[in-house]
Ligand binder design. Structure first.
Ligand SMILES: [Cu+2]
Length: 427
């Protein structure tokens, strides 16, 4: 069964229930097949080497997962459980042990309209397994795991394209916005501004590859940044201390349109060493392929977007000099108003371009010994800690040759220079 999960919390725990209760607190395994609106290159099994549970998910992020309910006897009841306790919108304060929730030890109560604990920490969805008598046409996501068949191959970028890319920096933060509201976006090192539909903040050109640096400029709030219309691929994630790492497995073969920049996953959050899919900065490769026109990007926290944490960007034809007029819709027509622009809409952030090192895209001859052979495969495997997923004969044709290297390249086009994403240490 395919489930689309929108802004769900994590489950935790892996343990038997009380003796004689016929209850298990064990996780249900599943495959993730889509991230935001897009089927990924490969189905990612959970648990995996980087996470036991569904990834952290912000407002507006979408994950599609496949759960094989045929592994459970008829009558089995399964639950989705929220274990993260909040007392404000800024983020969770504690992880409540799964056993405490399922056994009822954790029991929020309401005293004079004040909750003693977060009442949303609970079972929130129940599945009852029944026998299916129809023909099962579903595909098995196991066949599409890393090293096996692809679902939808990703169009990748070359080193040359990344080196030539225009850079832009969008810093989401809190300051004195121009309309008196505190939420603002700073573009390419300029002023901190709140929304103005007349103002173009970036003007990428048709089919040009750009690298967008989505940055959290604050300390306490997460900003799930939604870029309208076009999707990107995450190149790197960066922590507040400036260190960068590759995105985790479930972001490598994915196209995304929501990028959560957050201190919630920074080292020290909830006493943990850091989460693989949470960081203060995200570097995104993005190419504007079709339908030139006016679009927006904004923080998807409702209170942030409603207080103007939004900017306009226009996709333009190369060499375009005239800006698109600003549509001003009313109840029976659209009039057009003037358009203003930031000074950096065509240059982007040149300082960011100088400071950025793109993760290397693989060449087949990984060790530069002028031949492509098993040593390259070995080197590649050693760069990734999950060798168990691969054999040297990647495509199972009985020989190890260039086709195998090609098969790996198509899965991971980066290797050196940056560490892997950390492992999710959530209990
Ligand atoms: Cu925000």
């Amino acid at each position: 069964m395919r489930l689309r999960v929108a802004n769900n919390d994590q489950t935790s725990g892996d343990m038997p229930g009380p003796v004689g209760s016929n209850t298990s607190y064990s996780r249900v395994s599943f495959h993730m097949i889509a991230n935001d609106g897009n089927i990924m290159e490969h189905a990612i099994p959970f648990p995996n080497v980087q996470s036991n549970d569904l990834p952290v998910q912000s407002i507006a992020e979408r994950y599609d997962i496949i759960v094989d309910f045929s592994q459970f006897p008829e009558g089995t009841r399964l639950y989705m459980v929220n274990t993260l306790s909040h007392d404000s919108g800024q983020g969770p304060q504690t992880v409540v042990p799964l056993a405490d929730i399922l056994s009822g030890v954790f029991q929020p109560s309401n005293l004079s309209n004040v909750w003693t604990e977060d009442p949303v920490v609970s079972k929130f969805l129940e599945f009852r397994v029944q026998t299916y008598t129809g023909t099962d046409f579903s595909m098995n996501p196991v066949d599409y795991e890393l090293g096996k068949k692809m679902m939808i191959p990703l169009v990748r970028f070359t080193d040359a394209e990344l080196a030539a890319a225009k850079h832009r920096t969008f810093e989401f933060g809190k300051s004195n916005g121009s309309d008196g509201k505190p939420w603002t976006i700073k573009t390419d090192g300029g002023d901190k501004l709140s929304a103005n539909v007349h103002r173009v903040s970036a003007a990428p050109e048709h089919n040009e590859l750009e690298i967008w640096h989505i940055v959290n400029g604050g300390a306490s709030w997460a900003h799930p940044v939604h870029v309208h219309f076009e999707e990107g691929q995450i190149l790197l994630r960066g922590n507040a201390d400036g260190t960068k790492h590759h995105p985790p497995l479930w972001e490598v073969g994915a196209r995304k349109d929501v990028y959560r920049v957050s201190g919630l996953g920074e080292p020290g959050f909830l006493g943990l060493p850091g989460l693989p899919d949470s960081s203060m900065t995200i570097d995104v490769a993005i190419r504007f392929r079709e339908f030139m026109g006016t679009y927006v990007e904004h923080c998807h926290n409702t209170q942030h977007e409603d207080t103007a944490m939004l900017l306009r960007w226009d996709a333009e034809q190369p060499g375009q000099l005239l800006r698109i007029p600003t549509p001003m819709p009313s109840w029976d027509r659209v009039n057009y108003g003037p358009t203003d622009q930031l000074g950096s809409i065509k240059t982007g952030d040149q300082f960011a371009a100088l400071a950025f090192t793109a993760p290397l895209q693989l060449t087949a001859d990984l060790n530069n010994d002028t031949v492509v052979n098993l040593l390259d495969v070995g080197l590649l495997k050693s760069n990734f800690l999950f060798q168990g997923l691969w054999t040297a004969d990647i495509n199972d044709d009985g020989t190890v040759n260039l086709l195998d290297v090609g098969a790996i390249k198509s899965q991971f086009l980066f290797t050196t220079g940056f560490p892997l994403a950390p492992t999710n240490p959530m209990p």
